[in-house]
Design a protein around this ligand. Structure first.
Ligand SMILES: Nc1nc2c(c(=O)[nH]1)N[C@H]1C(S)=C(S)[C@@H](COP(=O)(O)O)O[C@H]1N2
Ligand SMILES: [Mo]
Length: 252
């Protein structure tokens, strides 16, 4: 079954659970702006996931299950001169910015990221276009980075700004704090035991394992903490959300 149809089925089956969950208190859910922002079906699957365990772990696989070929998708080589200069220098002078609603903005080299506690996970990537692949990812838990930057209490979403663009518009994505602090949400600098290849998002890409492929921002340059998604792009929370009919919450 394709991920989206499986998710819609889950949303259907989850009606009873959702009804119970809807009575539960939740600050995000009480915000009319946020409710309007989500289409009703998407809202339902979001609530069902919260009710039946959004913090549950995505399946992790043994090495023997690694896909022999993990295809690339979307942009595979950002064309910005600055990015290409960094790439040609092995990203030695490249820095990840963490800013927005944080008390201690960060500017971190790849070496600094590699020096932080890391997590390695073998997971399945599901693209909305209908293909999947199992890969091994190594990186820094996003939660640890947000703690280091001292996320402010008013922050609600984390936005990822990327080095690549489509027709001049840089790719961007966002997650809420449940996913940002999920144990398997990492900014990965390694894939299948080697440095993250350019096609897969070098030097750093998001892995947000409970969601579909387009949420996994590649070529991440900047992590921004925001109160609302209204100021980002067209307000939909991501490049494809703003252009197509892709859901902001792409839980699987
Ligand atoms: N910056 C950026 N991130 C991106 C994309 C992109 O085009 N640009 N494509 C998305 C889509 S649709 C998928 S399926 C995955 C593909 O990741 P891969 O190239 O490692 O297979 O990256 C996602 N993240
Ligand atoms: Mo995708």
């Amino acid at each position: 079954m394709r991920p989206l149809s499986r998710r819609r089925l889950l949303a259907g089956l989850g009606l009873a659970a959702a009804a119970t969950a809807l009575s539960a208190c939740d600050r995000l859910g009480r915000s009319p702006a946020f409710r309007n922002f989500l289409a009703s079906g998407e809202w339902l699957s979001y609530r069902v996931h919260r009710a039946i365990g959004r913090s549950a772990m995505a399946t992790e696989y043994p090495e023997s299950q690694l896909s022999p070929v993990f295809r690339t998708n979307g942009n595979t080589r950002p064309r910005s001169a600055e990015y290409l200069r960094h790439a040609s220098q092995g990203f030695a002078d490249w820095r990840l910015a963490i800013d927005g609603l944080v008390d201690a903005p960060q500017s971190l080299s790849l070496a600094a990221l590699r020096a932080m506690p890391s997590r390695t996970q073998i997971t399945r990537h599901d693209c909305v276009e209908g293909w999947s692949a199992i890969g091994k990812w190594t990186g820094v838990p996003l939660g640890a980075l947000l703690e280091r930057a001292r996320l402010r209490p008013e922050a609600r979403f984390i936005v990822f700004h990327c080095a690549d663009d489509f027709g001049g518009t840089p790719y961007y994505e966002s997650v809420d704090l449940v996913d940002a602090f999920h144990e398997q949400t990492i900014l990965a600098y390694g894939m299948n035991g080697i440095d993250l290849p350019m096609g897969h998002g070098a030097p750093l890409r998001l892995r947000v394992e409970r969601q579909l492929g387009y949420k996994h921002a590649k070529f991440v340059m900047r992590v921004e903490a925001v109160k609302s998604l209204a100021e980002t792009g067209q307000g939909g929370g991501g490049y494809w959300e703003d252009r197509g009919d892709y859901d902001w919450y792409a839980g699987i």
